[in-house]
Structure formats: structure tokens, C-alpha cells
Ligand binder design. Structure first.
Ligand code: HEC
Length: 447
């Protein structure tokens, strides 16, 4: 193990020392290949359990299961390629800038990548099956992800049925469905958006379930979904106010992938705070921060990406009251490459909060900040978003670099906004949050 830790560190060390070490190491590796190369059973299986098998299981969204040695061995070279390039697991946050501590970090460590690489280079040996870790429990494809943590949902809402076609262009399904099942107002603690299994998991690209309360003008965004983001648990003491009655405006984007089926239904599971319990903070969940069509322009009118070229768009939003940011989820389409979220504080300091620099339209990942690092921002902070579009042939997702690209809802057109999990707070709550943060940081530095 120690040997590979050393290798991993060298991947970030200056080139000269890396080269020197590599020369030294290669003779060591050559000598000890047979005895101490990493093995599937001992070294690789635990990584696959931790970082791959939630998707790469027989019912998961990964194209092949990676559960047993027999299943993994034929893909060894491909696994090395995808992990070294950080294409797998899907996690597109720039590790060199902005906040780096997330509740849902799916990425591999440098050390894990080096270990996989060394294993593949040593001909992917199985090792002793007695070293295998106990298999992990994998929820079936149709189960609620949050069930294990939260128990079964308190309430399940359903879209009305949609007939999925096998081939064709993007399909939108926007039924209004009556919301019922609650006796009175309740506070939402968590929500999960669950397309049907197996069909819906393949064809529902993204979707929203927004509740319009009876007799009120506000909107309650119960759940927003994209492949890679299916649930949300609000932080301790934070919830969303849900009325007893209203209408759910479903907005479902189906993308035909060659499979069809009638009466497809999407479900959303809701978990509430106990009856009568009101959390301290009210959140609106994910709010849309536009990067396109600002300054009075019609939405998206400023997106115009030249053939074989790039475009950069910037959008700014001034926070009218203090706020806490829980999560960041950029939304672009196929030409999207980078989206940065920066804070410009009232005193002029500017800071990168997050940057997704390997955006991939197939994945709508919500980067959920760990509680001790999530941004707490004063009123008057400017949130500045910068999107970069790459319409060249270098962009592997680009369907046609010779087209002009404009705004539109289809994946081949463009969009530019971020879904930001944000809770607005008052001045007193802001002071409290800042004080708490300071205390926890001081405690940390004393340790
Ligand atoms: C969140 C779900 C998810 C996780 C976690 C995940 N994968 Fe994948 N993987 C996919 C999907 C979906 C595809 C196919 C589409 C794509 O490439 O985006 C894929 C594709 C791959 C491919 C390419 C297969 C091919 O035939 O081109 C490899 C190799 C792979 N994954 C390995 C891994 C490894 C190794 C891990 C863990 C270190 C991992 N994946 C984690 C969902 C996942």
C-alpha cells in the first residue's frame, strides 16, 4: 500500500522529482510485481464498492455491472482509461479552485486512481478471494434512494401517465395534477424524484414537480431532477413550507433512447418534519440563477455561439438579503464546458465559490456543500456566474461544430443557468451563522 501512496503523491509533484522517483519505482515495481501488485480482491473491490457499484450493478444506470472479478476483468483497460481521465465516476467539479468539501463527493482520490492504474498495469490480478470485502447492500433499481436513511416517504405524488416513444426528438410532458393527502400545512425535510424503473430511468432526462398552492401566488418547488441529481435533504433546521392543497405542475423532459412503453409515471417521495414541528429556516429549495438573457433582454437572446468557436456569458445577481448556499448545479447543454460561481462581497473581495470545468450535459450533478464550508453571504453580495461554451470539434459531446447555436430547450440548442440551493436569512440569523462558523473554525484549529 505504502508504495502506491508514494506513487500517487508524485502525480502532483514537480516533473523532475516525479521522473526521478518513477525511474526508481519502476525497478521496484518490476522486482515485486508478482508478490505485491495490488489485487482485485484486496485493493480494487473496496474502491468499486465505494465509488462505482451504486450505478454499475445489474439494475443500475451504468452500462455494465462491476460487481465480481469476472465482470470487471474484461473492462480493466477501459476502467483505467476512464478513471485516469476522471470521466468516471461522473463528478465535474474543478478540484483546483473553490470549495472542495461536499456531502456527495463521488470522485476518486489521487491515491485510488493510482491504485487502479497500477493494478491494470500489473495485468489485473485477482488475488486471494478470501481478501474480498463483504458485498454491499444495493437497493433495487426501483427503490427510493433515501429509504435507508429516512424510512419510507410520508407522501408519494405521481405524474399522470405518458406514452414513451422509442425514437424521435425531445418530448415534453406537462400535466397538472391535484395535490392532496395532507391535513394541514407541513414542513418538507427531504424529497426524491423517482422515474419509473427501468424505462423512466433511461428516458426521463430532467423534470420538475412544482406545487402551486390553492389561493396563493407562490410556487413550491418540491423536487427538481436531472440524471445525477434525484434527491434533496434540507440541512438540519431548514425546511420548505408545503400547503395542504394545490396543484402540481409537472414539467417532464423525455428523451427517446430506443425504448418505448405506455403509461409511464414519475413519482416524487416527500418526507416531512413531524407534525407541529416548524424548522427555524424556510427555504425555497433550488432557485434558478440565469446567466443568459439578463439586462432586460429576452431570455437567451444573447446566446449566439459561432461555428468552431467559443462564447463566454456572464450573469450577475445581487443578494437582497443575507443567504446560505447549500448546493450548486450548473445547467448548460451540449456545448457547455465550464460554469463558475463567484461571490463579490460588499467590501469588494471576490472569491470563486465553485467551478465546474468538465461540464457534461448527460449529467446534472448537484454539488452539495458540507455544512462547515457552505457559503454564508451578507446582503449586497453579487453572485457572478460565468459560462463557457465550446462549439469546436474538441468538445466530445458536440453534435456538429459547423452550426451556429442559439438558445432553445432541445439539447442541441443552448441554455445557461444555475440551480442554486439557497436559503435567505435575516441579519440576526446571518450574525448567528457567522459566529457559529467562527467558533467551529477556532475549535478545529485548536485540535
Ligand atoms: C452515478 C453513476 C455512475 C457511477 C458512480 C460510475 N459510473 Fe461508470 N458509467 C455510468 C454510466 C451511465 C455510463 C455510460 C454513459 C457515460 O459514459 O456517461 C458509465 C460508463 C462507464 C465506463 C465506460 C463503459 C463503455 O463501454 O464505454 C466505464 C469503464 C465505467 N463507467 C467505469 C466506472 C468506474 C470504474 C466507476 C467507479 C470508479 C464508475 N464507472 C462509476 C454510471 C456511473
Amino acid at each position: 500500500m505504502i508504495r502506491f501512496r508514494f506513487l500517487a503523491q508524485n502525480t502532483v509533484a514537480p516533473i523532475l522529482s516525479a521522473l526521478l522517483a518513477a525511474t526508481l519505482m519502476s525497478s521496484v515495481v518490476a522486482q515485486s510485481d508478482l508478490t505485491s501488485a495490488p489485487t482485485f480482491s484486496k485493493d480494487i473491490a473496496p474502491i468499486l464498492q465505494e465509488k462505482c457499484q451504486t450505478c454499475h450493478n445489474p439494475e443500475g444506470i451504468g452500462p455494465m455491472p462491476l460487481m465480481t472479478y469476472g465482470q470487471v476483468k474484461p473492462f480493466a483497460a477501459l476502467i483505467k482509461d476512464r478513471t485516469v481521465k476522471r470521466i468516471m465516476p461522473p463528478w465535474h467539479n474543478d478540484p483546483t479552485t473553490g470549495i472542495q468539501k461536499f456531502k456527495n463527493d463521488a470522485s476518486l482520490s489521487e491515491e485510488q486512481i493510482a491504485l487502479i492504474s497500477a493494478w491494470v498495469d500489473a495485468q489485473a490480478p485477482e488475488g486471494d478471494p478470501a481478501d474480498l470485502p463483504a458485498p454491499i447492500q444495493i437497493a433495487s433499481g426501483g427503490a427510493w434512494h433515501l429509504q435507508e436513511q429516512m424510512g419510507p416517504p410520508d407522501l408519494i405524488i405521481k405524474s399522470s401517465p405518458f406514452d414513451v416513444i422509442a425514437n424521435g426528438q425531445d418530448q415534453w410532458w406537462t400535466p397538472d395534477v391535484k395535490f392532496e393527502g395532507l391535513d394541514g400545512e407541513r414542513w418538507l425535510r427531504a424529497a426524491e424524484f423517482k422515474p419509473s424503473y427501468p424505462l423512466g430511468k433511461k428516458v426521463v432526462h430532467h423534470g420538475h414537480a412544482v406545487l402551486i398552492p390553492e389561493g396563493e401566488s407562490r410556487q413550491v418547488a418540491l423536487a427538481r431532477y436531472g440524471v445525477g441529481k434525484s434527491w434533496e435533504i434540507y440541512p438540519e433546521g431548514t425546511g420548505m413550507r408545503v400547503p395542504a392543497k394545490g396543484t402540481i405542475a409537472w414539467n417532464l423532459h423525455y428523451f427517446p433512447v430506443g425504448a418505448e412503453g405506455d403509461n409511464d409515471v414519475v413519482e416524487v417521495g416527500l418526507w416531512f418534519y413531524p407534525e407541529g414541528e416548524q424548522p427555524e429556516l424556510e427555504t425555497a429549495g433550488e432557485a434558478m440563477f440565469r446567466v443568459d438573457g439578463l439586462n432586460g433582454m429576452a431570455r437567451g437572446q444573447d446566446i449566439l455561439i459561432p461555428p468552431n468557436g467559443y462564447q463566454v456569458l456572464t450573469g450577475t445577481h445581487v443578494l437582497q438579503s443575507p443567504a446560505v448556499i447549500h448546493s450548486y448545479r450548473p445547467h448548460l447543454h451540449m456545448r457547455g464546458k465550464v460554469m463558475t460561481m463567484e461571490a463579490i462581497y460588499p467590501d469588494g473581495r471576490k472569491e470563486v465559490l465553485s467551478q465546474v470545468n468538465k461540464y457534461n450535459h448527460n449529467w446534472q450533478i448537484s454539488y452539495i456543500y458540507a455544512d462547515d464550508v457552505k457559503p454564508i453571504l451578507p446582503a449586497g453580495t453579487v453572485l457572478q456566474f460565468t459560462s463557457v461554451f465550446d462549439n469546436t470539434a474538441n468538445n466530445p459531446l458536440n453534435p456538429d461544430p459547423n452550426q451556429w447555436v442559439v438558445f432553445g430547450r432541445r439539447g442541441v440548442d443552448e441554455m445557461s443557468h444555475a440551480w442554486v440551493g439557497i436559503t435567505y436569512i435575516n441579519e440576526e440569523q446571518y450574525q448567528q451563522a457567522i459566529d457559529q462558523r467562527r467558533i467551529s473554525q477556532e475549535t478545529l484549529s485548536l485540535k
